[in-house]
Design a protein around this ligand. Sequence first.
Ligand code: SF4
Length: 339
Amino acid sequence: MRKSPRLLLLEHYRTHARSLPWRAPPGTNALPDPYHVWLSEVMLQQTTVATVTPRFAAFLERWPTVEAMAAVPLEDVLSQWAGLGYYARARNLHACAVEVAARGGFPDSEAELRALPGIGDYTAAAVAAIAFGRDAVVVDTNVERVVARYFAIRRPVKDARPEIRRRAAYFYEDVDSGEMAQALMDLGATICRPATPDCAACPLSASCAALASGEPASIPPKPPKKARPERHGTAFVIEKDSAIFLTRRPTKGVLGGMAALPGTDWQDGPAPAGGAPAIRHVFTHFALTLAVESRDVPPAGTEGWWQPKDRLDEAGLPTLYKKALAAFAEREHTPTLLP
Ligand code: SF4
């Protein structure tokens, strides 16, 4: 009897699974710690496995349990998150840890998980399936691509989501949802890659509609690129003795609650010509030109603190401000400011 594509995929996964620190070994009935699954899933949104792996280990070393994370102030979690980007994730991470600790542990159903801060449809399904062995249809961007190709859905993913989700359910019938979710994610990450699918190595090749069409990489089609709006502003470098003045960004908005250099608000539009030397930083929804200027004293009314220069790496500065300080240090020949 011919094996079903589902079975072929699971067999492939059991022998080729990526070894990831938040996973239980494939093919066993062991369930990984929900705290590890949740933390890794939040970190992996918009961030690669290679970047997440050491940062995941550092988080666990500092906070071995969700209760330990819940017990510290938000600022500690934001500092630990520095450099991972998309800082709303860190704020939600802390809020979620507080709620989970208060209720005595993670809930085990998709619906209850979805009610927690920062947990959307995908993360709720992933935690329920992988950490609790619940039935769930888990669809992340890798799974979307595999499903779109397998069924040759020739519309941009953004428009085809309901159909992709409906079709994805085929893979989850009569199997362990957690194992299938990880099998599909691995396939998308290592074989059914965005630009260069390795169809010769794929366990689904015998029945894949995209491969049969002869142009698997063209599915799903990419939506036309939109121009990114421009913003501009100025950051101030204020030094005193062996310290530098830092502040905290407003809780709401871009880099909310993160340590920062003081500066002006960011205005819409390109930077005016002829200003102070600037750096460029690209956020998801806009590109920022940030001039970096030296000032003698903090702007009136700005709350902040003097961070010793030899402990700048402990301030939890996000990449934008590390870049600004590095550019300033190079320009002014002040290597002590290099974070
Ligand atoms: S056969 Fe090719 S296109 Fe189809 S699922 Fe496998 S890697 Fe992707």
